[in-house]
Design a protein around this ligand. Structure first.
Ligand code: DOR
Ligand code: ZN
Length: 375
């Protein structure tokens, strides 16, 4: 149903999510949208690191997002309830007094994680998921799981208590081409796991391939996925535009255009299995511009704005709210945020960098423009 408001067109409902889209000229449906108002979004996959870095990066996310799932790949990793709660306190300590931003904590799964620890984590009320990194798959994944068989008892407990397992879905087998590691992981590990534990709640994090999308679509409603803004906006050519681009290197690595299009289709489909997770991953400039550069893009400075660009490209701004503000909360069994934010189509220039300890942090689109701005 389309109902005309004063200077506004109310567009499609997605679940209970409904938002207004303002057109630049009333009654002209071909003119560009200039303003959208959506329920406050959440980020279901975020790295904020620790120490002095927290101040810069938490502020970026807390500005516009209500909550974020905080990744536990610190050094040392956040493997137990006590360290997750202490980490939460350190995050809360850098927030301004009037901030309502809520960090949702996770535990890092190791070969030695015990079932009673995840029960304790859930009972704390602040720890919402367990993160599974195959050992060595990415940044600070050295203490990850060496063989899924080693953690079956704890995965059975997660299934029993309904706590989601967040999956970094890539094999580490050096014989497998780096661009195929997600698809191979699905065949070798994820599909057998979902078959063995059909009630386990799974999130395939930062899905990057058509095969990943298809797996999630074809699985039960207990299987979901997060999508990053960078995988929606860029394909692997962005790694090599005019030379090697270390700031576009992440894991899973950007894929071919056909995969990007499959991700964009999934994000904008209105399917509640797909929701926002930036995987914003700050690294110092010196660690990125390096003979062995770290994986990770920093997108927290412009996260919802970059997603708006992707959705606009797909002609699906009316689907942004479900993806960004509703489906993740529903999957995690948390209430949706009640307040709203507005985005306006006003291009702005991203700074060349931000301060980070004694180094600099180079954000996505540094020195270039982003089309949307939060009002
Ligand atoms: O690109 C990435 N960076 N992928 C990950 O899985 C980890 C992250 C990080 O922590 O830097
Ligand atoms: Zn991540």
């Amino acid at each position: 149903m389309i109902c005309v408001l004063v200077g506004q067109v109310k567009v499609k409902n997605v679940g209970n999510c409904c938002k207004s889209v303002e057109k630049s000229t009333e009654n002209d449906r071909n003119t560009a949208t200039v303003k959208i108002t959506i329920r406050r979004p959440d980020d279901w996959h975020l790295h904020v690191r620790d120490g002095t870095v927290l101040q810069t990066v938490v502020a970026h996310t807390a500005q516009h997002f209500g909550r974020a799932i905080i990744m536990p790949n610190l050094k040392p990793a956040v493997t137990d309830t006590a360290s997750a709660l202490a980490y939460r306190d350190r995050i809360l300590a850098v927030l301004p007094a009037d901030s309502r931003f809520e960090p949702l904590m996770t535990l890092y799964l190791t070969d030695n994680t015990r079932s009673d620890e995840v029960r304790k984590a859930q009972a704390s009320g602040h720890i919402h998921a367990v993160k599974y990194y195959p050992a060595g798959a990415t940044t600070n994944a050295d203490s990850g799981v060496t063989d899924i068989g080693n953690v079956m008892p704890v995965l059975e407990t997660l299934q029993e208590i309904g706590m989601p397992l967040l999956v970094h879905g890539e094999v580490t087998d050096p014989a497998v081409d780096v661009f195929d590691r997600e698809a191979v992981f699905i065949d070798r590990v994820l599909a057998p796991l979902a078959a063995r534990l059909p009630d386990l709640r799974l999130v395939l994090e930062h899905v990057s391939t058509r095969q990943g999308v298809e797996f999630v679509v074809d699985s039960s409603e207990r299987v979901a996925a997060t999508l990053t803004a960078h995988h929606l906006l860029m394909n692997r050519n962005a790694l090599f535009t005019g030379g090697i681009r270390p700031h576009h290197y992440c894991l899973p690595v950007l894929k071919r255009e056909q995969h990007r299009l499959a991700l964009l289709d999934a994000a904008t489909s209105g399917n509640p299995k797909f929701f926002l997770g930036t995987d914003s991953a700050p690294h110092a400039r010196s660690a990125k511009e390096n003979s062995c550069g770290c994986a990770g893009l920093y997108t927290a400075h412009a996260a919802i704005e970059l997603y708006a660009e992707a959705f606009e490209q797909a002609g699906a701004l009316d689907r942004l709210e479900g993806f960004a503000s509703c489906f993740g909360a529903d999957f995690y069994g948390l209430p949706r945020n009640e307040d709203r934010i507005s985005l306006v189509k006003t291009p702005w220039q991203v700074p060349a960098d931000y301060p980070l300890d004694n180094d600099r942090l180079v954000p996505m689109r540094c020195g270039e423009t982003v089309d949307w701005m939060v009002e």
